[in-house]
Design a protein around this ligand. Structure first.
Ligand code: NAP
Length: 352
């Protein structure tokens, strides 16, 4: 249905079935739908980019407490950056760049008064809109919250980061340096990613957890132990690190991607948890959504680092809404480097 050169329909991805253990293309179906019209209080956004996150597998099986249950046939949940194309809410004007829960669709409708959508107007629209998925968005905020507010990273701390070449991890070393930290080691899978850590992402040294002898490398790189561990991976890796924490160490539990495809019976049972008590250490989980009141400050701080060159975001951009399931699957396969996202509007950021 095209009239006047403007399409009145759009494409969207809906849930086709529940994933069987892991996510696959067949769990989703791409369909054509009428482009929504904003009612009173509503805002229509043209999707520029959509992000993918490891947690999305759990959306598909309705296993999170913070996302609405998905029925078969519902539009898949996801955050994105959109440009307001029509607004019937006084806080939003045409042309505003807004990050929010848009869903996997070319146009997203949000209720401007409903906190569910977690809308956040981008305060630095002169910077790339894609940063609204990466560094000036939940991924970057998560890195900074974990380092600064949870781990309380100090200049003398020796920092270790797992999942270091991934979305969050690719930003941690830059931020650690900006916070004054001098020793930053990253763990990632494979030689290419390890080279990326030291050549591009600001890490002093890299450990390849797939090929190296992890315990031996940890012993060699941290002869006096680890002060701060920023953990994206969990499971056995976390346990190995707990065996090497120093007195008053801080472990920020950002995620546990090594266990997302496992059942609770398969989860690793840590042997080294006793060291938290022995070393007077702290181990703390955190969830970026709980920091929503601080998003503006986090955005301004990180934008400052992008502007002065302290942070060089690494983005892994796929093209076209057709690629959404593949982009998500790539996270569990480890084929992404940096923040994986999909450009939905071919003209976003001038197409580059
Ligand atoms: P990401 O790091 O880009 O996730 C994909 C990467 O994880 C892959 O490239 C892969 O890197 C690694 N990986 C996959 N399976 C693995 C396994 N079995 N063992 C070890 N590493 C594995 O994704 P992200 O969105 O930036 O998220 C990173 C972590 O932060 C996740 O655990 C996520 O749940 C968490 N997170 C937490 C919050 C919060 O509020 N706390 C917010 C956002 C994200 P390799 O090739 O190196 O294995």
């Amino acid at each position: 249905a095209r009239h006047g050169g403007v399409s009145a329909t759009m494409r969207q991805w809906v849930v086709a079935r529940r994933p069987a253990g892991r996510v696959s293309e067949a769990d989703f179906r791409l369909e054509e739908a009428p482009r929504p019209e904003p009612g009173p209080g509503e805002v229509l956004l043209r999707t520029q980019y959509l992000g993918v996150a490891p947690v999305m597998l759990r959306y598909l099986s309705n296993e999170t407490s913070f996302e609405r249950p998905l029925a078969i046939g519902d539009v898949m949940h996801g955050r994105g950056v959109g440009i307001v194309v029509a607004s019937r809410h006084p806080d939003y004007a045409e042309g505003d760049a807004v990050q929010c829960k848009l869903g996997w669709r070319e146009y997203g409708l949000i209720d401007g008064a409903d906190p569910y959508f977690m809308p956040f107007r981008m305060g630095h629209p002169d910077l790339r809109l894609s940063y609204g998925i990466s560094s000036l968005a939940l991924s970057g905020f998560t890195a900074l919250i974990g380092l600064r507010d949870i781990a309380r990273l100090g200049a003398a701390d020796r920092l270790l980061v797992s999942g270091a070449a991934g979305g969050v991890g690719s930003q941690v070393a830059f931020m650690a340096r900006a916070l004054g930290c001098e020793t930053v080691v990253g763990i990632a899978g494979g030689p290419a990613k390890c080279a990326l850590l030291t050549d591009r992402l600001g890490y002093d040294a890299a450990i390849d957890y797939k090929q190296d002898d992890l315990p031996a490398r940890l012993d060699a790189l941290f002869p006096e132990g680890i002060d701060v561990f920023f953990d994206n991976v969990g499971g056995e890796l976390l346990d190995e690190v707990l065996g090497r924490i120093r007195r008053r160490a801080r472990v920020a539990i950002c995620g546990r991607i090594s266990e997302y495809l496992k059942t609770p019976e398969e989860y690793h049972r840590p042997r080294n948890l006793y060291r938290i008590g022995l070393m007077d250490a702290k181990l703390e989980g955190f969830f970026v959504y709980d920091w929503e009141p601080q998003f503006r400050e986090l955005e301004d701080t990180i934008a400052g680092w992008i502007r002065n060159g302290a942070l060089k975001p690494l983005e892994d951009i796929d093209e076209g809404i057709e690629r959404m399931p593949a982009a998500l699957i790539s996270l569990y396969e480890g084929s992404n480097a940096g923040v994986r996202m999909v450009r939905i509007d071919p003209a976003a950021d001038g197409g580059t």
